[in-house]
Design a protein around this ligand. Structure first.
Ligand code: ZN
Length: 242
């Protein structure tokens, strides 16, 4: 399709406005930091936030979006069900979706997975080491054997998700837990990448390797040319029987 996918970064944008410490880490919002990282990778990026009309996800915006990135945490329940259905229809129709960190509990991710998407967690100063377990996968391009984050929130197994079609990263934490931290799925004509890091009190989205993985995830999830999908009752292409 397009050589440079059009990206919309969606963020609930509440922590940054309500907590000065978080606002200092992300003065342009988490969406602003993610968007800046993607622009360095030559992607065409716009942003949208929860408190905009229709959460910034109008039919027109989604129609011009090849890949949607989703960050949410404390306000999942405030996302309008009708907008979730609109996004879901676009994903099933071919729009890519990259779900980050606490987005595991978003309405859109749970709806597309069909499971609780629950997990273990701890804010305790763990180091995270994300091991590449799918070397050669496009999402790992430019990344070494692993990415190390000096401090991150811990997410631990069991992560209640469907078995990923491709598992790209597995995380290890200082406290001993492990987690499937980079998971690929397809739903309908759309591709979905879940990527774990990005707790709001830490500068993770300023990390160049994390920015690269998100950019790679966008390019992987972008729609490719597809044969038109037809459904319903059909006349046979050949004479059947006698
Ligand atoms: Zn978190």
């Amino acid at each position: 399709m397009t050589s440079s996918p059009r990206v919309t970064v969606w963020n609930e944008y509440r922590h940054e406005l309500q907590d000065a410490h978080i606002g200092a880490i992300y003065p342009e919002g988490i969406h602003g930091a993610i968007a800046a990282g993607l622009r360095e990778h030559n992607l065409e990026v716009r942003t949208a936030t929860l408190d905009e009309p229709e959460h910034g996800l109008t039919e027109a915006t989604l129609a011009e979006t090849d890949v949607l990135i989703w960050w949410g945490h404390k306000a999942h329940r405030e996302v309008d069900d009708a907008i979730v259905e609109r996004v879901k229809a676009r994903v099933l129709g071919g729009m890519g979706l990259v779900v980050l960190h606490s987005g595991h509990f978003s309405k859109i991710f749970k709806s597309l997975m069909g499971t609780t998407c629950d997990l273990k967690w701890r804010e305790g100063g763990d180091k995270e080491r994300l091991w590449v377990v799918a070397p050669g996968h496009p999402i790992t391009e430019g990344i070494g054997e692993y990415i190390e984050l000096e401090e991150e929130e811990m997410y631990g197994e069991h992560f209640d998700i469907p078995v990923p079609e491709t598992l790209v990263f597995v995380s290890w934490f200082t406290g001993g837990e492990v987690f499937r931290s980079g998971c690929c799925y397809s739903r309908g004509a759309g591709k979905i990448f879940y990527f774990r890091p990005g707790h709001e009190t830490l500068p993770t989205y300023h990390n160049k390797e994390i920015q690269r993985v998100i950019a790679n995830g966008v390019r992987w999830a972008a729609p490719t040319h597809q044969v038109t999908r037809n459904f319903g009752n059909r006349q046979p292409l050949e004479a059947i029987g006698r």
